[in-house]
Design a protein. Structure first.
Length: 136
């Protein structure tokens, strides 16, 4: 049997290992990207020349909106925003025109990632500290 009394971290560990092993591409589709460890791993991958694409909701959920206003989260969001300084990084949201032609957000609720077409995950865990270390 496996002792998980201190928490179950395999989803976090798998993401970290896969991002660290990436050689060409990282594609993450997730409702939330809120883990400093993952942001750091993405910086390292970008520095190796890996193309990183992240698809999230165009309009942040309420949890992220509140966190964005919290001074304790300032450093995290500054690091997250600075990923955009890399030409091989893309952060995207998706939308679709309604009947009147107005663009409407499509809320991404997926929890999927593909790395180098060699590793894939589809699950129920957000790429966030709360999900990695508390909810899973």
């Amino acid at each position: 049997s496996v002792d998980i009394s201190a928490g179950e971290l395999t989803v976090f560990e798998q993401y970290q290992a896969a991002i660290a092993a990436a050689e060409r591409t990282i594609y993450i589709e997730n409702q939330a990207l809120g883990c400093p460890h993952t942001i750091k791993a993405m910086y390292q991958a970008l520095g190796r020349g890996v193309d990183v694409t992240v698809l999230t909701p165009s309009i942040a959920n309420e949890f992220m909106k509140v966190a964005r206003k919290d001074p304790r989260s300032k450093q995290f969001f500054e690091r997250f925003e600075a990923l955009g300084d890399y030409p091989n990084y893309a952060l995207m949201g998706i939308g679709s025109p309604d009947a009147g032609g107005k663009l409407r957000d499509i809320y991404v609720h997926a929890k999927a990632a593909v790395i180098d077409d060699a590793w894939v995950t589809i699950g129920s865990c957000n790429v966030g500290a709360r999900s990695f270390f508390g909810d899973t």
